[in-house]
Design a protein around this ligand. Structure first.
Ligand SMILES: Nc1nc2c([nH]c(=O)n2[C@H]2C[C@H](O)[C@@H](COP(=O)(O)OP(=O)(O)OP(=O)(O)O)O2)c(=O)[nH]1
Length: 158
């Protein structure tokens, strides 16, 4: 789903893409990250699973559809925890972040991605810069520090 942006807003003149993102949380506190498939902008970067919200979908519906398409798992309840925005050269995106604690099915990388369960702070690099604020909040919840500047140095510019 892409919406018009008010003329005074950052990214004015470009559409804004609405994205549903899942923070799949394992009982031991690990979160699931996966790599962006070849052919997409920022291919190879690590991200939380999710994708663009289509017209008429709620965030939860979009997330459920995306995770079946990408990972082959069906998520249980998901509600929005945080909303962030990131301005990439390829798009201005608004990210609707949901914590997900229940899912069914076996993980299957249906788009040729790699996946990794990661404790905070994550050790995989590079991570999409649009995910840094959420990594920071997750680390803070655990009483840890996540240095955005260090992650940026590790990841380079996206
Ligand atoms: N899934 C996901 N997207 C993220 C994260 N952080 C972040 O900035 N993004 C951005 C990257 C993309 O510009 C956008 C997601 O779009 P996408 O291209 O992956 O969506 P999609 O799977 O529906 O792709 P498409 O093939 O239908 O075009 O959100 C993240 O952690 N996870």
């Amino acid at each position: 789903m892409t919406e018009a942006t008010p003329a005074s807003a950052p990214g004015a003149g470009r559409g804004r893409t609405e994205v549903a993102v899942g923070i799949l949380l394992r009982a031991d506190g690990a979160v699931l990250l996966s790599t962006r498939p070849p052919g997409k902008p920022c291919a190879g970067y690590w991200e939380f699973p999710g994708g663009k919200i289509e017209a008429g979908e709620t965030v939860e519906q979009a997330l459920r559809r995306e995770l079946i398409e990408e990972l082959g798992v069906t998520i249980g309840p998901a509600s929005v925890w945080k909303i962030t925005q990131h301005d990439y050269p390829h798009a201005l995106v608004r990210l609707h972040w949901c914590k997900v604690r229940q899912w069914t099915g076996e993980f299957e990388m249906r788009e040729g991605q790699s996946m990794a369960w990661q404790q905070m702070p994550p050790t995989v690099t590079p991570v999409l810069p649009g995910a840094y604020p959420v990594l920071q909040w997750l680390a803070e919840e655990r009483g840890q520090r996540f240095a955005i500047e260090e992650a940026q140095r590790a990841g380079g510019a996206a």
